[in-house]
Design a protein around this ligand. Structure first.
Ligand code: OFO
Length: 174
């Protein structure tokens, strides 16, 4: 059974994951309109993943006797000055999510809720991976700068990254 404070903290995270999904959906749409299909597909996939993260939390809260809260969401940014700026936002956002997960882990330990603590380990690992991917992409984009040809090649490159990440083994937490 979840304590009220853990339930509240998990519900806050549900909202953050739902907002993350919207953040990446908006990036996907922007990239698609700009004609960069690879980047757009990458963002659509990211958006789907975030929705999965949200759903895992929803199920966990309900299974543990809580009530998952489906709330209103903040509107995401829908346009960006450049692809570089967009990927900077992506990394910033993932760092913010990691901090939020860390805070949740901290609360679960304080409350001696080891089931929640155990459940959150998947998110800890996922955030390490997502931050690393965002950093790798940003390093590449920073090298390319404003070079259109470079961006065109990168758009093809990122599709490979998609294939690799979607081939990664699924988590044991369903
Ligand atoms: Fe990338 O945020 Fe979910 O966990």
């Amino acid at each position: 059974m979840l304590s009220k404070s853990i339930e509240k903290a998990l519900n806050k995270q549900i909202r953050i994951e739902a907002e993350s999904s919207q953040v990446y959906l908006a990036m996907a749409v922007w990239a698609e309109v700009k004609g960069l299909e690879g980047i757009s597909n990458f963002m659509y996939d990211q958006s789907d993943e975030e929705r999965e993260h949200m759903l895992k939390l929803v199920k966990f809260v309900n299974e543990r006797g809580g009530h998952a809260h489906i709330s209103e969401l903040n509107a995401p940014n829908v346009s960006f000055d450049s692809f570089q700026k967009m990927f900077e936002k992506l990394l910033e956002h993932e760092i913010f999510v990691s901090q939020s997960i860390n805070e949740l882990v901290h609360i679960s330990l304080q409350e001696k809720d080891y089931a929640t603590h155990n459940f959150l380990q998947w998110y800890v690992a996922e955030q390490i991976e997502e931050e690393a991917t965002a950093r790798t992409i940003l390093d590449k984009i920073n090298m390319i700068g404003d070079d259109k040809g470079g961006l065109y090649l990168f758009d093809r490159d990122i599709q490979q990254l998609n294939v690799i990440s979607s081939a990664a083994p699924e988590s044991p937490v369903a």
